[in-house]
Design a protein around this ligand. Structure first.
Ligand SMILES: Nc1ncnc2c1ncn2[C@@H]1O[C@H](COP(=O)(O)OP(=O)(O)OP(=O)(O)O)[C@@H](O)[C@H]1O
Ligand SMILES: [Mg+2]
Length: 341
C-alpha cells in the first residue's frame, strides 16, 4: 500500500502535537519513525488509525484521499496497528482473540468458524515465522509471544500497512532478532511497515527510510546508507549528542543502600524479584539493565517502601527500612517514578 500523509496538524489544548507533517510510505517499505518522548509519533499514528481527527491535512491511500471516523474504517482500509500496550483479552485463546470482531464468536456456526480461523492462523504464522500455539490462553504467554498474536491479528484482517509502536521496548535481544525476521518476511510479501523506536541501532539495521520528528515537526527523512547513529541523534535532539562519553573512574566509598536476599511479589502474587543482593555505595551510579517486566519495577517499589518484602532486608545507611514510603523518604531517598505522568 502507498501511504501519503500531507500537512497533518493535530492540536491538543496548549500543545501542537503534529505540525504540518508530510510522510510517505511505499509498498513493501519499512519506514522508521524516530523522535524523542513527546515528539508526536503516537499522535500521528493515531490520526492515521482514525483514533484522532486531524485539524488540518490529508491522508491518501494508493492516491485516494480517505477520511477515517474510527479504527474500524482504518482496519477496513488495510491498516493494522500494534499499540505500545497490547489489547488482548487475557482469558481467551490466541484463536479467539484473533477472531474477535471479525467473525461471530457465538451461535451454532461458531465451531465451524473457529476451525476455519484456526487453520488460517496456523497458515499465516508458518508463512511469516510467527510461532504461536493457536490454542494457548493469552495470560499464559510471555510478552514476546503476545506481540506475535497482535501482529497475526492484523494479518488476519488482511492489513497491508502495519504500524508497530515501540515493539522492541518489551523484547529481549533474541526476541528482537526474531521480530526483525518477521518484519523482513512481511516486507517481502509487500506489506508496508511503520516502525517506531528510540533505538538508533535498530533503525539503522532494519529501516529502508527514516523520518525524524522533533516537537511535532518533520526534521528530515533519510536512509541508513546516508546517515549514522550520531547524525540521527543530532536530528532527534536538535544539537550534537555524544553517544560515547569519556569519564573519570569513580571512587566509591561506604555502602549506602544494601539489599540482601530480597524477594518481592508482583501485583498478581508471582515472584518478581528472587533473593536479590545489591549494594550501592556513596559516590557511584549503579545501573540496572533488563527488559521491561523482569522485576525492576517491583525492586524499585520495595526499595522506596511502596511494596512489602517477602523475604530479605533492605537497609539505608545501615538502618533497615520497612514498607513505609514516608520513613524511606525521611531516610534521604528520592524517587523519580518510571510513569512519566
Ligand atoms: N490525548 C492527548 N491530550 C493532550 N495532549 C496530548 C494527548 N496525546 C498526546 N499529547 C501531547 O502531544 C505531544 C505528542 O505526544 P505523543 O504521544 O504523540 O508523543 P510520542 O512521540 O509518541 O512520545 P513517546 O516516545 O513518549 O511515546 C506531547 O506533548 C503529549 O503530551
Ligand atoms: Mg508514543
Amino acid at each position: 500500500m502507498q501511504l501519503e500523509l500531507s500537512g497533518i496538524t493535530k492540536r491538543f489544548p496548549g500543545v501542537l502535537a503534529n505540525d504540518g507533517i508530510d510522510l510517505t510510505v511505499a509498498p513493501g517499505e519499512i519506514h522508521a519513525l524516530l523522535g524523542e518522548n513527546g515528539a508526536g509519533k503516537s499522535t500521528l499514528m493515531n490520526v492515521l488509525y482514525g483514533l484522532y481527527q486531524p485539524d488540518e491535512g490529508e491522508v491518501r491511500l494508493d492516491g485516494a484521499p480517505v477520511h477515517f471516523t474510527g479504527p474500524g474504517d482504518a482496519i477496513a482500509a488495510g491498516i493494522g496497528m500494534v499499540h505500545q500496550h497490547f489489547m488482548l483479552i487475557p482469558v481467551f485463546t490466541v484463536t479467539e482473540n484473533i477472531m474477535l470482531g471479525v467473525e461471530s464468536t457465538s451461535g451454532p456456526l461458531m465451531v465451524l468458524e473457529r476451525g476455519r480461523a484456526r487453520r488460517r492462523i496456523v497458515e499465516l504464522s508458518e508463512q511469516h515465522g510467527l510461532r504461536v500455539d493457536p490454542d494457548a490462553i493469552i495470560e499464559d504467554l510471555p510478552v514476546g509471544v503476545r506481540q506475535r498474536v497482535e501482529i497475526l491479528k492484523t494479518l488476519y484482517r488482511n492489513s497491508s500497512l502495519l504500524v508497530l509502536d515501540e515493539p522492541t521496548a518489551v523484547l529481549t535481544p533474541q526476541e528482537i532478532v526474531d521480530l526483525f525476521e518477521v518484519m523482513r518476511s512481511l516486507k517481502a510479501a509487500g506489506t508496508s511497515i511503520i516502525f517506531i523506536t528510540h533505538k538508533l541501532n535498530e533503525v539503522v539495521e532494519i529501516a529502508d527510510r527514516i523520518t525524524v520528528l522533533r516537537r511535532g515537526k518533520v526534521v528530515g527523512t533519510t536512509t541508513p546508507e546516508t546517515t549514522s547513529e550520531t547524525e540521527l541523534a543530532r536530528m532527534m535532539v536538535g544539537r550534537p549528542v555524544q553517544l560515547r562519553v569519556t569519564k573519570a573512574p569513580s571512587v566509591p566509598r561506604e555502602p549506602v543502600l544494601e539489599v540482601r536476599g530480597a524477594t518481592v511479589r508482583d501485583d498478581r502474587g508471582q515472584l518478581a524479584v528472587q533473593a536479590l543482593d545489591l549494594e550501592v555505595r556513596v559516590g557511584e551510579i549503579v545501573a540496572i539493565a533488563g527488559v521491561q517486566g523482569n522485576g525492576q519495577t517491583e525492586l524499585v517499589e520495595a526499595i522506596t517502601g511502596l511494596r512489602p518484602l517477602e523475604e530479605g532486608t533492605i537497609s539505608i545507611a545501615g538502618t533497615p527500612i520497612s514498607a513505609d514510603p514516608r520513613r524511606v523518604f525521611l531516610a534521604g531517598v528520592g524517587h523519580v517514578p518510571e510513569d512519566r505522568l
